[in-house]
Ligand binder design. Structure first.
Ligand SMILES: *Cc1c(COP(=O)(O)O)cnc(C)c1O
Length: 428
């Protein structure tokens, strides 16, 4: 595939002309560079995705319905607020590889992680450990530590981060399996990012779940950096539960409502302890407001509060675009974009941390850079939006819904120019 890419600009345009997903780009707003007034080269969809053009209208519509209907909006079609998520859940389920009953749209990521850990991290004296990947997103680490403490365990004992081998950045599946094989009996929960936020590594989840289950552990997947980035198969992989946000690759806006997954296997296990609110009640009788609760089956039984309509309204347009484009076609384009980029950059410049094998990562590429803030600032000045994770990582991601091959070509030209100067002045 690599040898198919030529370095000249006309070839980038030819790739865009041949791209059947190219039209989706026009459905998005790009931020404008403050100095030049031209649209930025946006490669930060792993942090905050861009707004679809129709998101504004979708939110305004609900504001107007509120003004026109007042409380009646809860039950007035189309899309009564009381079950506003009805047609969104199948679209989210499609993205994570789940049945619609296995997903719920609610709260935000870390809140959902705590709520699901209340059910799926039930440590005992013998089995109390949480296995995580090294360098998890800090919020996940804090959640795990505080959950262990909440149950009276010492986090240094209970929270185990599986580290890469000496001198390596990526985790080998065989090493995760080996640790589980050795210590699995003491592990209550395996908590794994599907795609690691720092390295972009996409873990081989199915064999990990299989061995974890054989050892009697439960598995929770954090899909924040995976949803909308790589195809997921949460149901087929047999994970017990999962959480994610919608503001990264899914483009639902800052602080957008999150989502979670509970495997169908647990759908009718009403005995699983959990924190309950009225939105976890069976929908048929929810509004009779009985004294005792009767839990809804599926992920709905873990919902607590009524729905944040404006946030869900902003989520809808992007989900529809994903549905039209299809995650499989987007994944194909994402791989071609990153392969093209790496081909253009060649072997010069900073060291790539992310897997070179596209099957082992999504659209995110991370480089080890001595002073990443300086390099990011130079790129920003040239109109490129990327981000930094201290102390030494520069990250970018392609978003195949709105990034073009010509974006990648322009980025590569700027990157070569900026890094040459940068590495000349820092002397590395
Ligand atoms: C983005 C991200 C979060 C953010 O958590 P919020 O609760 O949405 O603020 C947490 N965990 C991971 C792995 C993330 O990528």
């Amino acid at each position: 595939m690599l040898s198919d890419f030529h370095p000249d600009e006309t070839f980038a345009h030819a790739l865009d002309r041949a791209d059947e997903l190219a039209g989706f780009r026009e459905q998005f707003h790009f931020p404008v560079h403050p100095a030049t007034g031209t649209p930025q080269l946006y490669f930060c969809g792993h942090s905050l995705g861009l707004p679809p053009n129709t998101a504004r209208q979708a939110v305004l519509e609900e504001l107007d319905r509120w003004a026109a209907l007042g409380v009646a909006g809860h039950f007035t079609p189309p899309r009564p607020w009381a079950d506003y998520d009805a047609d969104l859940r199948p679209l989210v389920a499609e993205l994570v590889g789940a049945q619609p009953e296995e997903v719920a749209i609610a709260n935000s990521l870390t809140v959902n992680l705590h709520l699901l850990m209340a059910s799926f991290y039930r440590p005992t004296r013998e089995r109390y450990k949480i296995f995580m990947e090294a360098r998890p997103f800090p919020s996940d680490r804090y959640a795990a530590i505080s959950q262990a403490q909440f149950h009276g365990f010492h986090p240094a004992e209970a929270v185990v981060e599986i580290r890469p081998r000496q001198g390596e950045d990526l985790l080998r599946t065989e090493d995760i399996l080996e640790q589980l094989e050795r210590n699995g009996e003491a592990v209550a929960l395996v908590l794994l990012g599907a795609v690691n936020y720092a390295t972009g590594q996409f873990f081989d989840i199915a064999p990990i779940v299989e061995l974890a289950h054989a050892k009697g552990c439960l598995v929770c997947i954090d899909a924040a950096h995976a949803i909308g980035n790589v195809p997921l198969a949460l149901h087929a992989w047999d994970v017990d539960c999962a959480v994610w946000c919608h503001y990264k690759y899914v483009n639902a806006g800052p602080g957008a409502v999150g989502g979670f997954f509970v495997h169908a296997r647990h759908a009718r296990r009403f005995d699983v302890p959990r924190f309950v609110g009225w939105w976890g009640h069976r929908v048929e009788t929810r509004f009779q407001m009985p004294d005792a609760y009767d839990l809804a089956p599926g992920a709905a039984g873990w919902q607590i509060s009524n729905l944040p309509i404006f946030s869900m309204a902003a989520l809808r347009p992007s989900l529809e675009l994903f549905h039209q484009a299809s995650m499989l076609r987007l994944r194909e384009k994402s791989i071609r974009l990153t392969e093209y980029l790496l081909t253009l950059l060649g072997n010069t410049g900073p060291a790539l941390i992310s897997p070179r094998d596209p099957a082992a990562r999504g659209g995110q590429l991370s480089w080890r850079v001595p002073e990443p803030r300086q390099l990011a600032a130079s790129l920003h000045a040239a109109g490129v939006v990327v981000d930094v994770r201290e102390p030494d990582i520069l990250r970018l991601a392609v978003a195949p819904l709105y990034n073009s091959f010509h974006d990648v070509w322009r980025f590569a030209a700027i990157w070569r120019h900026v890094t040459e100067r940068f590495f000349a002045t820092t002397g590395r």
